[in-house]
Design a protein around this ligand. Structure first.
Ligand code: UD1
Length: 417
């Protein structure tokens, strides 16, 4: 079984380039089902999650042609299958995002219920409630959701919680509906704006993405387009933490500073220097890590996807920090692994109390999910001795070339069989 071995490394210094956003490209790939014509996409990260989404789309009838390392052409002239099976949905929850585009294109979809995952039960009730509001019939049959409609009809939808996935699925189903749809209390993440921009570049009429209310006027048909996805703000945030943690200085390129403001604010609170430029940030350690409190919230609040990396950082801070996880019910699995490295963390419900220490110790640990895995790699950079991380398939889901990128800025890290 392949593992990653990390040895205690000095300060990380130099330049790193961030890839295109995983959480943008997944819905954008799903949205390419909305047209018969060809879509050309740029800045595609080479990630397991992207491969799984491409497999699913190929199953549904997509012809995908990789034009170079970071670009691909995708064309779904005919939908040949409208089912997303359990084995793909269980590998990639975001594959549920094909439901909206399938309904838009052929008025029916059959998608497996996602089931549980490492970070909680993650229901899909908000997606389904929204579909029903738009005149879609939903039936459950042997673990599958069968959805069909005569016509998708625009309507008002209020989301009880600003779910990213539900906002995306509803935007996609509504873009060819009869009439106008207004989604209220929707998610405001940058990836929502990216998906809206993509659909609008295909001839869609979506307004308000990035605010609490999105208005979509249905159009008859969408056409092909060429589109570049935004940079990955969570990959950027992960390397920003690495700079502070190791006492280094990293210049992180291909970042939209506005998208990482909650992370920048917290890094400044812990004592780091952060300089923002147009498409990059420089993060320099000032030698100390102060404690701070964190509460994860929907965007523009602090991202749950950065919580594990900050739990690690605060494990080495001066003093006690409190982390409150409000987005997912079971997202502290990494705490157990950090405890095995000597961290002092107490979990009470959705709160973690982190008592900062001077050092951690390397040992064998397991990546329990994607961001937990990234936090363990960073932990290995500063822990005494050697850290061996298993279950690294989780890390490959979301970080392209993380080992190579960290090596290039001075980390002692390698794959091992
Ligand atoms: C997306 C991101 C993920 C990120 C998360 C929150 C992608 C591919 N993934 O996931 O990296 O951690 O946003 O920022 O973009 N919920 C319901 N009912 C629903 C839908 C969601 O109760 O129908 C709950 C979930 O269980 C969870 C919370 O809402 O507790 C947030 O989920 P959501 O915003 O939908 O996250 P995802 O789109 O799955």
């Amino acid at each position: 079984m392949e593992t990653i071995i990390v040895k205690k490394s000095g300060a990380l210094n130099g330049h790193l380039k961030v890839n295109g956003s995983k959480n943008s490209i997944l819905p954008i790939l799903a949205a390419s089902l909305l047209t018969r014509e060809k879509c050309t996409l740029h800045e595609i990260p080479d990630l397991e999650d992207v491969h799984v989404m491409c497999d699913l789309l190929s199953n549904l009838g997509a012809k995908i042609n990789k034009t170079n390392n970071n670009s691909l052409e995708i064309q779904v002239e005919n939908i040949i299958n409208y089912e997303a099976p359990y084995d793909l949905i269980s590998k990639l929850r975001a594959s549920f995002l094909v439901m909206g585009p399938l309904l838009s294109r052929i008025n029916k979809a059959k998608v497996s219920m996602p089931g549980g995952c490492a970070i909680g039960t993650r229901p899909i009730d908000l997606h389904l409630k929204g579909f029903k509001n738009l005149n879609v019939d939903i039936n459950f049959n042997r673990g599958y959701i069968q959805a069909q409609t005569e016509d998708i009809i625009g309507n008002n939808v209020y989301l009880d919680f600003p779910s990213v996935g539900a906002t995306e699925n509803l935007m996609m189903v509504a873009c060819t509906a009869k009439g106008k749809t207004i989604i209220e209390n929707c998610a405001e993440e940058p990836e929502i704006i990216d998906l809206a921009n993509f659909i609008n570049s295909m001839g869609g009429k979506i307004e308000g993405a990035g605010t609490k209310t999105i208005t979509i006027v249905g159009v008859d048909e969408l056409h092909g387009t060429e589109y570049t996805v935004i940079p990955d703000r969570i990959e950027a945030g992960t390397y920003m933490v690495a700079a502070v943690l190791t006492g280094g200085e990293l210049y992180i390129d291909n970042v939209i500073p506005a998208h990482v403001q909650p992370v920048i604010a917290k890094l400044r609170e812990v004592g780091a220097e952060v300089v923002e430029s147009r498409n990059s940030v420089m993060v320099r350690s000032k030698g100390m890590i102060n404690s701070t409190d964190i509460k994860t919230l929907p965007y523009p609040g602090f991202p749950t996807d950065m919580q594990a990396q900050f739990m690690l950082l605060l494990s080495l801070a001066n003093g006690t920090s409190v982390i409150n996880e409000t987005i997912f019910e079971n997202r502290f699995m990494h705490a157990n692994e950090l405890l095995r490295m000597g961290a002092n963390i107490k979990i009470e419900g959705n709160t973690a109390i982190v008592n900062g220490l001077n050092s951690l110790t390397g040992t064998k640990v397991k990546a329990t999910d994607l961001r937990a895995g990234a936090a363990l790699i960073l932990a290995g950079l500063v822990a005494d001795g050697e850290t061996e991380i298993s279950e690294i398939h989780h890390i490959k889901r979301g970080y392209a070339d993380i080992v190579e990128k960290l090596q290039a800025v001075g980390a002692n890290i390698a794959y091992s069989m």
